[in-house]
Write a protein that binds this ligand. Structure first.
Ligand SMILES: [Mg+2]
Length: 474
């Protein structure tokens, strides 16, 4: 399937915002609803002593599915499902936070031999024995299934249901996964949030029940759903957070954008209390599909980390592979001499070749272009920014420019010397550098750009970027 630039951004947002919601909620798991006077931040800690930005079981289990989907395997096939169950089992051997139902099923599967058939048998048996297998543990990890079937709605319905049943046999869990995956698919393809997109996939009686549940979610605040360990209330809390959080109107001079909805709705999801990381991870899958990877704040992307040893860059790479958009790229440049920023000599402006010869005090790299793994300077923090040097190609241009400048400001506040670079420092680097200079020196974007052009004589930001500078720093 050939995705547009905007659709690919949204596809990449699915895993990234799942992880962001998860890591944002992790410090507050099992706590009561969080009032507006209390902070919500990606600070780590919580019951399991997470590192700042570390994701939990929700994202880890989703990544096991994502890894298998990224190989191109059909998730409806038993070998693919066995590969997923095997990864879950490996993860569970060292994980501290395996949910009760998942632990029970994976434990039984381990004893019987790790396979999809044994997981399904254990899942069914647990359901027949207890009648309580509608925990939120299959919904929290379902998002990558949607990415695997953007081109095939029927297959998506089958796969979402089947992967859910491997650990959660209750129909409520399977239906929640089907509805959420179809909503994610719809958001990636169209840019619209519509949790009802998949209702016609349910039987008449079940559809009526879910319509009622969604109506209740839309009429309630997220903290109304106290039993959010149950898949139904977890979905209701996530949808309530998304739908009751207003989408801000774009106001560039105030630094407020519609894309902030992703951050604000995840904040609302975490404030629901109890299973905070799971509600926010579920919400994140859909919010990322709506707003895209470019709407996940840089200060969050910088922190994200977790099993199996990935960071934000790895999540984007996995999503890109699942949707088949992982085309190799090479950038050829005539190396330039990097230059200090005219308003801050702690920020270097350079090109792709500068990565191979970093000024020696550089402690962080902000990349405004794609960079191959092999070109990353070892031992230096590097953050990818999703900024495309094509007029009209950036869904949230003003948001991304300001968000990147805020990231630069945060790095500088930590005392880091930063390299800001793109392929050739012609368009993206001077645009971001100008907005940074404008805020730092109290200049208009145009005057700040003129100063940047004196140290980067080949700079000529495209007209989209110039117009954005006029809006953001008039
Ligand atoms: Mg969790």
């Amino acid at each position: 399937m050939n995705l547009s630039t905007a659709q690919l951004d949204r596809a990449c947002g699915v895993l990234l915002a799942t992880a962001a919601g998860d890591a944002l909620g992790a410090p507050y798991e099992f706590e009561p609803p969080r009032g507006p006077d209390l902070e919500v931040a990606m600070v780590g800690g919580g019951s399991f002593g997470w590192n700042p930005g570390e994701w939990t079981d929700d994202t880890s289990m989703a990544l096991a599915i994502a890894e298998v989907a990224a190989t191109g395997a059909d998730l409806r096939d038993e070998p693919a499902q066995t590969a997923i169950v095997t990864r879950w089992y490996e993860w569970s051997l060292t994980a501290t936070d395996v949910g009760n139902q998942t632990r029970s099923v994976l434990g039984a599967t381990g004893r019987a031999g790790v396979s999809a058939a044994n997981a399904l048998a254990a899942s069914r048996m647990l359901h027949e024995r207890t009648g309580h297998t509608a925990g939120n543990g299959s919904l929290m990890r379902t998002a990558p299934v949607a990415l695997a079937y953007l081109d095939d709605e029927d297959a998506l319905v089958d796969a979402a249901r089947t992967i859910s049943e491997l650990t959660h046999f209750d129909p409520d869990a399977a239906e929640a996964c089907v509805l959420w995956c179809l909503a994610i698919r719809h958001a990636v393809l169209t840019g619209d949030l519509d949790v009802r997109a998949g209702l016609e996939r349910l039987t008449d009686a079940r559809r009526e029940l879910w319509v009622e549940r969604l109506d209740v979610a839309e009429a309630s605040v997220p903290s109304s759903f106290r039993r959010n360990g149950w898949v139904v209330e977890a979905l209701q809390a996530a949808w309530s957070a998304i739908t009751t959080t207003p989408v801000p109107a774009d106001d560039p001079t105030a630094g407020v954008f519609a894309a902030d909805h992703l951050r604000l709705a995840l904040d609302a999801a975490v404030r629901s209390g109890n299973d905070t990381d799971t509600v926010a991870a579920i919400a994140g899958g859909l919010l990322g599909a709506r707003w895209g990877a470019s709407a996940v704040p840089g200060t969050w992307r910088r922190l994200l980390n977790g099993w199996p040893g990935l960071k934000a860059r790895g999540l984007v790479s996995l999503a890109t592979r699942i949707v088949g958009a992982d085309r190799p790229f090479d950038n050829y440049v005539v190396p330039m001499t990097p230059s200090p920023h005219p308003h801050d000599d702690g920020v270097w402006l350079g090109d792709l070749a500068t990565l191979q010869a970093l000024p020696e005090d550089v402690g962080a790299v902000v990349s405004l272009c794609r960079v191959n793994d092999r070109d990353l300077p070892p031992g230096v923090e590097q953050i990818d920014i999703r900024l495309i040097d094509v007029v009209g190609a950036n869904a949230h241009l003003d948001f991304v420019l300001l968000d990147t400048v805020r990231l630069l400001e945060a790095l500088r506040a930590e005392g880091r010397t930063v390299l800001l670079h793109c392929v050739a420092a012609h368009s993206r680097t001077p645009a971001v550098a100008a907005l940074y200079g404008a805020r730092r020196a109290g200049l208009s974007g145009r005057d700040a750009l003129a100063a940047v052009c004196e140290v980067l004589p080949d700079a000529y930001p495209n007209w989209d970027f110039r117009d954005a500078l006029d809006r953001l720093a008039p």
